[in-house]
Design a binder for this molecule. Structure first.
Ligand SMILES: *Cc1c(COP(=O)(O)O)cnc(C)c1O
Length: 282
């Protein structure tokens, strides 16, 4: 359960992030395509009331990283009634056996995590069968594993062009919208521009040059709570921000680390473990 007054806090935190997004966009280099950044409010582990409150403040784009949680939230009767124009982004790892379930989500706006030709084909064929208006394509992004960490999902960077080419030529039900990356956790910006974001920028350059696409038609989804301003400054068009809007996520039954051991940035493994725990608790 959430505290009384939590909803107001969501509104304030959201407005503060929106302001920071706009300020960061104003600092962008003039050489970058002028694409206003989209803020995706990542509501994972948070109750429907918080989503509704952010929607009432005018927010429309929300993100979830587990198929079951997205299905539950997007089909929640209160959300369906209060948020008719909500736009859901799927930002988690997608397995082929979950594709049909995901594509049935009401108000699904974009799948950001297509990371193989096989998965693209599966999403394409499912959408051909499931979509209601026959002309409507599904927006997807291709997730790239820019950091090369084995624990991270995503396409190996050198397969980007061939995969995008496949989607453009063979997946008629899909609209290729851009490239997405998570990148390594805890990168220190004091060491310079985040190399994972730079890697995504160069893959876009390559895709646009090889396939003759305008740069402004290929979005970049990169940047989370700790680094969304930097991401926007270097060209992100889609930032995924959770805890700075909705507060830290609670992970039931995970022991609270002792203060001296508590690090601000959890390791990838610890974070994943906690997320998994949370989901099985629900
Ligand atoms: C959870 C999540 C986010 C948001 O993380 P915060 O650090 O809470 O902003 C962004 N992207 C993905 C893929 C996520 O799973």
């Amino acid at each position: 359960m959430w505290k009384v007054g939590m909803s107001e806090e969501v509104g304030k935190a959201l407005q503060a992030v929106v302001d920071r997004v706009n300020q960061a966009a104003a600092r962008r280099s003039k050489t970058l395509p002028v694409v206003p950044p989209r803020l995706v409010a990542v509501s994972k582990t948070k109750p429907p009331d918080m989503v509704i409150e952010a929607y009432r403040k005018g927010h429309r784009n929300f993100g979830e990283n587990y198929v079951n949680e997205l299905v539950d939230k997007a089909s929640n009767p209160q959300i369906l009634e209060s948020c008719p124009e909500i736009e859901w982004h799927f930002i988690g790892h997608l397995q082929k056996n979950n594709v049909n379930k995901l594509l049935g989500v009401p108000n699904l706006f974009m799948v950001e995590t297509v990371d193989s030709v096989k998965l693209a084909d599966k999403v394409n064929s499912s959408w051909l069968r499931l979509r209601t208006a026959s002309t409507q394509t599904l927006k997807i992004m291709v997730q790239i594993n820019t950091s090369g960490e084995e624990s991270k999902h995503g396409l190996p960077p050198d397969e980007t062009v061939t995969t995008v080419k496949h989607i453009l030529s063979k997946c008629s039900a899909l609209h290729f919208s851009g490239l997405m990356t998570i990148g390594r956790y805890g990168y220190d910006l004091a060491d310079g521009p985040n190399p994972d974001f730079q890697a995504l920028l160069s893959r876009r350059q390559e895709v646009c040059a090889s396939l003759q696409l305008p740069l402004e038609d290929v979005e970049l989804s990169m940047g989370m709570s700790t680094d969304f301003e930097h991401a926007i400054e270097v060209g992100s068009t889609n930032v995924r921000v959770g805890s700075t809007i909705f507060g830290n996520r609670d992970y039931p039954n995970t022991p609270t680390p002792s203060p001296e051991k508590k690090s601000k940035v959890p390791t990838e493994e610890a974070a994943k473990k906690m997320e998994r725990l949370t989901v099985t608790e629900q």
